[in-house]
Design a protein. Structure first.
Length: 256
């Protein structure tokens, strides 16, 4: 690993209190992806896991090694979290992952040809991971697709499997709304629970990609044709980031 540039991700994520039952652990997902794709991947760029797991700290008073979680940090406050009808404090665990390769944000694409190449690459990886690993990403956004420049080529890298789920787990789990707000599918936004809920599939992730392309086709790229901040404030698409666009969508669907 010496001499290699890597990414260190330090995040507090939703988790099962018992790490052995943490079926949505990004570390486990990446381990499976690396295991399945290391030999079978046909020119696919995928996130390489070099190291990862739950972070721990040494308790100053007892000398014990304790997992860094909301339960260990809050102590008795975590156990009494339902007093006065307050919302329960969710259990989160601090995780650190060391991954590669290193990429740039999607907005750093140097042309729209490069943007479409990167997105196609990332979604090709999405499809291979779904087929070979049975993992559905569920959070396709401009933050989770990176531009990777390697060996004289421009590639796309799909990252951040915090919201991912296995197809097996999804069949056993209550439907939920997940993802990055401006790019969620209509089904995800409006029909994620209740008796009429439609299960999430890869199509929801592909719909999210469509919204990414719509967004950048409207605002431009940082390197070419980017609209000014003043222009951005006047664009209706700016409402995607405020949440008001969802209310507009509900009104349109109610009238249909």
């Amino acid at each position: 690993m010496f001499g290699r540039t890597v990414v260190v991700k330090d995040a507090w994520t939703y988790a099962a209190e018992d790490s052995k039952n943490d079926t949505r652990d990004e570390v486990n997902f990446l381990q499976l992806i690396n295991e399945k794709l290391s030999n079978d991947a046909d020119d696919i760029v995928y996130p390489e896991l070099l190291h990862g797991g739950r972070a721990s700290f040494k308790c100053a008073s007892t000398g014990h090694i304790i997992e860094d979680t909301t339960a260990s940090v809050l102590g008795n406050l975590f156990e009494s979290r339902d007093i006065d009808g307050n919302y329960p404090t969710p259990f989160r665990a601090r995780k650190r992952l060391v991954t590669g390769p290193v990429g740039e944000p999607l907005k750093m694409s140097k042309s729209f040809d490069e943007l479409t190449t990167v997105c196609a690459d990332a979604m090709r990886c999405h499809n291979v991971i779904l087929q070979h690993c049975g993992i559905l990403h569920r959070d396709i956004s401009d933050n989770n697709i990176l531009v990777v420049r390697m060996e004289g080529r421009v590639r796309g890298l799909l990252i951040d499997f915090d919201n991912a789920i296995t197809l097996t787990e999804q069949r056993k789990t209550r439907l939920e709304r997940t993802g990055t707000f401006p790019y969620m599918s209509i089904n995800n936004l409006l029909n994620s629970s209740g008796p009429d809920a439609v299960p999430r599939t890869a199509l929801d992730d592909w719909e999210s990609l469509l919204y990414i392309l719509c967004y950048y086709a409207t605002i431009g790229l940082k390197s070419i044709g980017r609209r000014s901040d003043a222009e951005m404030k006047l664009l209706p698409i700016n409402r995607w980031n405020t949440g008001s666009a969802v209310n507009d969508l509900i009104a349109v669907l109610d009238e249909a």
